[in-house]
Ligand binder design. Structure first.
Ligand SMILES: [Zn+2]
Length: 222
């Protein structure tokens, strides 16, 4: 079996998992994995059908937009995947969903503050929301990277959420974590004033994030 076929199988596994977790419905969201050591990625096809996933439907393409497979068309949102792989060499996987609670924050243009320590440990802090850019546009990838700063997640205004990471399992976990935190936060806001965790109290957890999960190349030496 070729390395590309194995990666396509991995991508199918990730899709299966996030579909099972109700983070995506038919045709929405997109997921990709990097082809290690090459300027290439495998990405889900346009209108990805999570009920009929096949490795052969996943699209192998270059980070220069050259598509190597001609069976399926890549997701129309491939640009944001491409730009993140080019600018963050440690990223191995990207998951973008329209999960409902994170998307609720997206239509409010509202950041998700650090409300539970897990967010500092696994996400590196709060999850900020981008300014509005149309889906699939040339401007959106830069806006996402600018918003993400040192973190591994961003809310995309009027659209959804994106998470990046060094391993597939981590990305699945934080796609779920952002959604859960957004749900808790939105629920708490209906009841009263939300108390967030101070920067001082986040510090030891952010140190753990920087050492273990950061996808910035030079953060450890900064
Ligand atoms: Zn989308």
């Amino acid at each position: 079996m070729t390395e590309i076929h194995k990666l396509k199988q991995e991508l199918v596994k990730i899709c299966t998992e996030i579909y099972k977790q109700n983070l995506v419905i038919l045709g929405e969201g997109n997921i990709s994995v990097r082809v290690t050591g090459k300027n290439e990625m495998i990405i889900t096809p346009a209108g990805n059908d999570y009920t009929a996933l096949q490795p052969s439907k996943m699209v192998h393409m270059g980070l220069d937009d050259n598509v190597f497979d001609n069976k399926s068309k890549p997701s129309s949102e491939f640009r944001m995947h491409r730009s993140i792989y080019l600018q963050r060499p440690r990223v191995q996987c990207i998951i973008h969903t329209h999960s409902p609670f994170a998307s609720t924050l997206a239509i409010l243009h509202h950041n998700l503050p650090v409300i539970i320590e897990e967010m500092a440990i696994f996400l590196g802090g709060s999850v900020a929301c981008t300014n509005y850019c149309p889906a699939g546009s040339e401007e959106l990838p830069e806006e996402i990277l600018r918003t993400m700063k040192k973190q591994n997640a961003a809310i995309i205004a009027n659209h959804g959420v994106i998470v990046v990471g060094k391993t597939y399992d981590y990305c699945i976990k934080i796609a779920q974590l952002v959604e859960k935190m957004a749900q808790i936060y939105l629920g708490a806001m209906k009841i009263g004033e939300v108390k967030t965790i101070t920067a001082k109290n986040q510090a030891p957890f952010i140190k753990a994030f920087n050492e273990k999960y950061s996808t910035l190349k030079d953060l450890l030496f900064a």
